[in-house]
Design a protein around this ligand. Structure first.
Ligand code: SF4
Length: 228
């Protein structure tokens, strides 16, 4: 019998069972593990999540949606649904404000992406300016990278983000004229998170988010074996 780590990024706890009588013969914990069990000429790769820990989706949520007054004008956009409250009680909500994480103050001047979207800003093809004309592109690019870092460290599979923001917007953003004109597009953090495989939802898509969470968890099989 031998064991090795896999590149599985989920936090697994592993148990090894006897192939003869299905009794537990060894259990190891911590980190993503996979064991190779050899019985004669048969090799069985066994992964088993004993406690189901780490297998529930976690969710990165805009801090202003959770009631924190961190928006540019010092307000919040609390939108705590029953479902969101339950996920929070289960420890599955990671509250994050990318702009604050990047060191921007509250209150701060409103900022908009100029005639482009968040992917363009992250690709250095567009700028973000405040309404006094100051170029704050670098601050917002940092905000996006910090959101991604947090999501990756916390193993978030999805993000629920405040729409319209040059950082968190996902369905729409403003056009850069500071005249209240909306356009379809994503903010910098939403674009970067999506590029890295994280499912993005706005506060108006909570039913779709709930369906996504349920579907991805249904697809997870806590016992995984493979004969090699
Ligand atoms: S950066 Fe995102 S979380 Fe922070 S205030 Fe703006 S919309 Fe809310």
């Amino acid at each position: 019998m031998s064991e090795r780590k896999t590149d599985n990024t989920r936090n697994l706890t592993l148990a090894i069972f006897s192939l003869k009588d299905n009794t537990l013969i060894q259990a190891v914990g911590g980190g993503p593990w996979c064991c190779i069990v050899r019985m004669g000429c048969t090799t069985l790769e066994v992964m088993y999540d004993i406690a189901g820990r780490g297998m529930k989706n976690k969710l990165l949520v805009s801090a202003c949606l959770m009631g924190f007054s961190v928006r540019y004008n010092g307000s919040e956009k609390a939108n705590l649904t029953t479902q969101l409250a339950r996920w929070q009680r289960e420890g599955r909500v990671v509250i994050h404000c990318p702009e604050l994480a990047a060191g921007l103050p509250t209150p701060r001047l409103p900022a908009e992406i100029v005639s482009a979207d968040g992917a363009d800003v992250m690709g250095h093809r567009a700028r973000i300016i405040e309404n006094d004309g100051r170029d704050v592109t670098a601050h917002y690019q940092l905000a996006a990278w910090l959101a991604l870092q947090t999501a990756m460290e916390q193993h978030c599979g999805a993000a629920l983000l405040t729409d319209g923001s040059p950082t968190c917007g996902s369905q729409f953003i403003y056009d850069g004229s500071f005249s209240g004109i909306r356009k379809a597009g994503m903010g910098v953090a939403a674009a970067l998170l999506r590029e890295h495989g994280i499912a993005i939802f706005s506060e108006r898509q909570i039913p779709a988010l709930i369906a996504w969470m349920e579907k991805t968890e249904e697809e997870y099989d806590p016992v995984s074996t493979r004969i090699r």
